[in-house]
Design a protein around this ligand. Sequence first.
Ligand SMILES: C[S@@+](CC[C@H](N)C(=O)[O-])C[C@H]1O[C@@H](n2cnc3c(N)ncnc32)[C@H](O)[C@@H]1O
Length: 200
Amino acid sequence: MVLSENTLPIFNGNWEYQWAPYDLPTYQAVLEQLQPDDVVLDIGAGDLRLARQMAGIVRKVYSIEINPEILAQGLEKDEPLPGNLITICGDAQTMDFPPEITIGVLLMRHCTHFTEYANKLKDIGCQRIITNARWRMSVETVDLLAPRIKFEQVKIGSYACWCGAVGFIQGPLELLTPENNAIIHEVIDCPNCLHHKSKN
Ligand SMILES: C[S@@+](CC[C@H](N)C(=O)[O-])C[C@H]1O[C@@H](n2cnc3c(N)ncnc32)[C@H](O)[C@@H]1O
């Protein structure tokens, strides 16, 4: 498939649609979280290198990739596409997600749409997403049904917000028990959210 720049104005200068693979430990961290019964939604699948591996572990993989050139590279590889891997060339932000998804995979460190994807997955009853979109250099599995508390309720410790912000809230050191230190508090209304609300 050959596409000229004129046929793809959407990609001009949009760094979110750039493809770059991750390293093997990153992919391994994803593969270790999958169960045989899972139906995966791979958001921003690139050249399908992870999708092909996931298809060997789980029941089904849906891979969405917006860039047809990258997807074509993945489809043109020598090994045939696994029968349980469904590829979709489209925009994950606007397309409907298949209702049977049990787990989302979002390997896109620069992603600024975590909230949208988390909400869309939750709306179809999906409970988990594996992603590096928030902590960037490491992969986490987010429980989309876990209670989220107000930012101001965290006395001390690490936090992560669906807007993508993460950090450490300072407070009384005596409250930083090993148990508390091991928790990442899922919050709403973090300073980043409030900053953006105040601008709109
Ligand atoms: C950093 S690459 C990672 C590719 C793949 N997840 C991997 O780990 O090998 C991110 C990919 O997401 C795709 N992408 C970005 N926004 C997208 C969207 N809204 N819908 C579908 N794909 C998207 C890009 O085109 C790019 O190929």
